[in-house]
Ligand binder design. Sequence first.
Ligand code: ZN
Length: 130
Amino acid sequence: MTTNLVPDDYYRAARKLLPEMEGNMREIVEELLNKAESGEKTDNRLVEIITEDKNLRKKFRDALETGQEKTMGMEYSGLGGNVSSPDAQKYICPVPGHDFTRRIQKAGEDPGSCPTHNVALIPFEQKGGQ
Ligand SMILES: [Zn+2]
């Protein structure tokens, strides 16, 4: 078993959060879910929209983790098919609202800094839970 999430996981989590969304957002997400049901791939867009909202982002992540093995936050692996090693760690820009992330492949490796803000990246969990 891997911890890779498939589009269905995102649809399921998004559906779960529908009651928590505000009218406008809920409409958009519902529409994307409907499209997904008719075969269109909308998971990227869903993740984008939901993670723009800090509050929802955390709940979305929790929803994704339900029924999954423990995953490293919101890592989305559907695009490149790049399977990360179990030791990989995710780092994120500490600046609020900026979601620049970088993975390191082994513990102790320097994650570097955000190219936009020029500040050292912090472990993803440290920011995500706030
Ligand atoms: Zn930044």
